[in-house]
Write a protein that binds this ligand. Structure first.
Ligand SMILES: Cc1cc2nc3c(=O)[nH]c(=O)nc-3n(C[C@H](O)[C@H](O)[C@H](O)COP(=O)(O)OP(=O)(O)OC[C@H]3O[C@@H](n4cnc5c(N)ncnc54)[C@H](O)[C@@H]3O)c2cc1C
Length: 329
């Protein structure tokens, strides 16, 4: 029987609970391995999951992401657990160490996994154009499950007994002094939102009156985001406009770009506005369950089978009406 280790930093939140739910379905002996400044709260949240053991590496050195300390903690947890399959949530913190830790443990790693079954995993290739099912005989097998691909574990919380695993760290040459992130993305990228609003370059183009209406576009988009707490995506053309010095939406950065050369977000619903629906956009919508689009052009890419619903309409008019209905609510 496999020994399955759910391995994560303690503050991974929902992605860790999603990976836990996937790990449980494998049916082996389940062990939880956590590292962080303090792991008790995370362990308590998973207390009812049926794990045989909770292991923890704790201390101030594990509070922040840093390769040397995270990798050392993860390696120790895998070895103490004697895990044959290691499931990790594909947070940026785990993604950074999973290959190195697999190497140190003599294992193999598969990343960007979207589904896990008893004997195989699924993942996509060529920017979400082809799906493959793969399996490995080699152990330990490290599997990084992408966030948003599995319902999170909903076991009752309780009080978990955590066995402490102590490790001796090498000299730490890196100290983490904080996080710097673009303000725009902090306000508009919300991976947990139910709805993704995608804005295209059309918002900045000349409209039927011969003028562009960028400030109004910004107001309509932000109005919708504020009312719904939706996440904001963008086409490549729109985010590139800022680089060309044109009047653009100030809250938009390259981090908002979705598609073949951008992000592949996961939301229940997506609404594309003033965006043409080219193939490179559509591959970024692979994991959006329900896709809708508003475009003036009845012959746009969305009309050619890429959206479930296309509104052939002026997005300025539609979004103004949507926002006023939202305000009435
Ligand atoms: C190799 C490669 C990779 C690429 N990768 C990506 C990628 O990852 N992501 C990405 O986004 N693009 C990518 N692109 C670029 C992509 O092909 C498109 O050129 C670009 O994204 C088009 O952006 P857009 O639809 O916003 O703009 P446009 O093509 O200019 O379309 C604007 C649309 O707005 C509509 N519109 C205008 N006014 C209104 C209005 N009032 N109401 C409603 N609709 C209106 C117009 O009808 C038009 O359809 C890639 C291209 C290549 C070659």
């Amino acid at each position: 029987m496999e020994t399955i280790l759910l391995l994560t930093h303690a503050d991974a939140g929902k992605p860790a609970l999603e990976a836990l739910a996937a790990a449980k379905e494998l049916g082996g002996t389940l062990v939880i391995g956590l590292f962080g400044a303090d792991v008790q709260a995370a362990a308590n949240q998973m207390a009812g999951c049926g794990a045989t053991k909770f292991l923890g590496v704790t201390g101030a050195d594990f509070a922040q992401a840093r390769y040397v300390s995270d990798a050392a903690a993860a390696e120790a947890l895998v070895k103490v657990a004697q895990a044959t399959i290691v499931i990790v949530p594909a947070t940026s913190r785990m993604n950074r160490i999973v290959a190195g830790v697999a190497h140190r443990c003599g294992g193999r790693a598969d990343t960007h996994v979207t589904g896990i079954a008893a004997t195989s995993i699924t993942r996509w290739y060529y920017r979400q154009r082809m799906e493959a099912a793969q399996s490995r005989a080699h152990r330990p097998w490290f599997i990084a499950l992408d966030p948003g691909c599995h319902a999170p574990d909903a076991s009752a919380p309780g009080t978990a007994t955590v066995e402490s695993v102590t490790i001796t760290l090498p000299d730490l040459r890196t100290s983490v002094i904080g996080v710097k992130a673009p303000e725009a993305s902090q306000q508009t990228i919300r991976p947990d939102a139910k709805v993704l609003l995608v804005a295209g370059a059309g918002w900045t183009k000349k409209q039927p009156d011969g003028q562009s209406h960028v400030p109004e576009a910004a107001e309509l988009i932000l109005g919708f985001l504020n009312a719904t707490k939706a996440s904001l995506g963008s086409s490549k053309s729109l985010v590139d406009l800022s680089g060309e010095g044109q009047a653009v939406l100030p809250f938009m950065s390259h981090l908002n770009q979705i598609g073949q050369t951008g992000a592949t977000p996961r939301h229940l619903k997506g609404l594309s506005t003033c965006c043409h629906g080219e193939e490179p956009h559509a591959v970024g919508w692979r994991f959006i369950t329900e896709r809708r689009a508003i475009n003036l052009d009845p012959n746009c890419g969305w009309a050619r089978g890429k959206a479930d619903v296309l509104y052939v309409a002026d997005a300025f008019v539609v979004m103004r009406k949507v926002n006023s209905l939202l305000a009435e609510k």
